[in-house]
Design a protein around this ligand. Structure first.
Ligand code: HEM
Length: 358
């Protein structure tokens, strides 16, 4: 499936990125006024899920105002997948059965939602209504002609639905939360990126596609975040036949695992690897080829890479433009591994309106 994430298509998404990020700013403004604490991971999760639901499937969830079972369902599905991959006997241990039931329930929720949204869209298409040229339409068109749809085609559509629903949301939210956490820990980097945002977008509310290209240091900060915290920490590829790479023999029939968490933290590739240093990604610095691959590499790499980084930049730029944030003391900086990586603490912050110097 090719959802054509062309730059023309992505430009067209700026309105949705701005609008949904703006809702987060309203929420943060309320939090600042009421002097309460913000769970940044939870909040950015709402934004990224809102965005993917709107952009990919034409659904308005408005999660910052409404409660929804989707974020929890996504988390449980991912956990279920990882536990099963890491321990093939997991499902046979009666101790795990209550959790397995929870995973089944979560999968059912996502798939029934997918089936309902697909059905509604197909009905609109059959009635000749104007439908958005989004991922849902693409999924339906790709799955074959609607008249002779087999059960397999239906399942294929649902698989694609769930892939986008999960892949298009959680990883970006976790990246944003890690980024906020690291900026709060590094005041000098925070100052520098805030200054860039002030210079590029100043006080204006609507961020344009062209503005994003000028937020160079913010890009570096986001890249460095994914080096230390690759939110999708690895991938695998089948080795179809014997091959030798750089003198190392790989026997055919095996599966190769690639761990971007490990390579991102290796001294061999990155000096002082645990230091958060966005200048590693300065445009003039040597490119970290084949040791930095948070979106995987090659033909099956992440389809939503540019989408994700545009979305992340819009959210971060607005946050930096409007608010000062600091971490509530006593939090852990541990990583929670639920298949994707997320900050265990939730990144709890106090938020203040920024005071502008004349
Ligand atoms: C920081 C954010 C993201 C990260 C770190 C990330 C990472 C990845 C990685 C590592 C893969 C490859 C998996 C593999 O090789 O098996 C992947 C695949 C994929 N991603 Fe992302 N992703 C992000 C955001 C997104 C977004 C926003 C979307 C959709 C709008 C998306 C859609 C996809 C899809 C559809 C695939 C499957 C591609 C295929 O199988 O050909 N991702 N992603």
């Amino acid at each position: 499936m090719d959802p054509a994430f062309s730059s023309l298509y992505l430009r067209g998404l700026m309105g949705t990125f701005n609008e949904r990020a703006e809702k987060l700013m309203e929420k943060l403004s309320e939090i600042a006024d009421n002097n309460t604490e913000a769970n940044m991971l939870q909040l950015v999760n709402c934004v990224t899920l809102d965005v993917i639901a709107k952009v990919a499937f034409g659904a308005d969830l408005d999660l910052l105002s409404n409660n929804s079972p989707f974020p929890k369902a996504i988390e449980v599905c991912l956990k279920g997948m990882v536990y099963q991959i890491r321990d093939s006997l997991f499902q046979f241990n009666p101790k795990n059965w209550p959790f397995i039931n929870e995973v089944r329930e979560a999968c059912r929720l996502l798939r029934t939602t997918g089936a309902q949204w697909i059905h509604e869209r197909k009905t609109s298409m059959q009635n000749g209504e104007d439908v958005p040229k989004d991922i849902l339409t693409q999924i339906i068109k790709t799955a074959a002609t609607e008249k002779n749809m087999t059960e397999e085609d239906e399942e294929f559509m649902l698989d694609n639905f769930v892939t986008f629903f999960i892949a298009g949301q959680e990883t970006t939210a976790n990246q944003l939360a890690f980024c906020i956490m690291e900026l709060a820990r590094h005041p000098e980097i925070l100052d520098k990126v805030m200054k860039e945002v002030d210079d590029v977008i100043g006080m204006k509310q609507e961020i344009s596609y062209d503005d994003l290209g000028k937020l160079i240091y913010l890009s570096q900060v986001l890249k460095e975040t994914l080096r230390i915290y690759p939110t999708a920490p690895g991938t695998s590829r089948d080795i179809p036949g014997d091959m030798t790479i750089d003198g190392i023999h790989l026997p055919g029939g095996f599966i190769c695992l690639f761990n971007s968490y490990a390579t991102g933290r290796m001294e061999k590739f990155f000096k002082e690897p645990l230091k958060f240093d966005p200048d590693r990604f300065h445009p003039d610095s040597p490119k970290p080829y084949y040791c930095y691959f948070p979106f995987a590499l090659g033909p099956r790499s992440c389809l939503g890479q540019n989408f994700a980084q545009m979305e992340a930049k819009v959210v971060m730029a607005k946050l930096l433009q409007r608010f000062d944030f600091s971490l509530v003391p006593g939090q852990t900086f541990d990583i929670q591994d639920t298949g994707t990586l997320r900050p265990k603490s939730g990144v709890i912050c106090t938020i203040k309106h920024r005071k502008y110097k004349n």
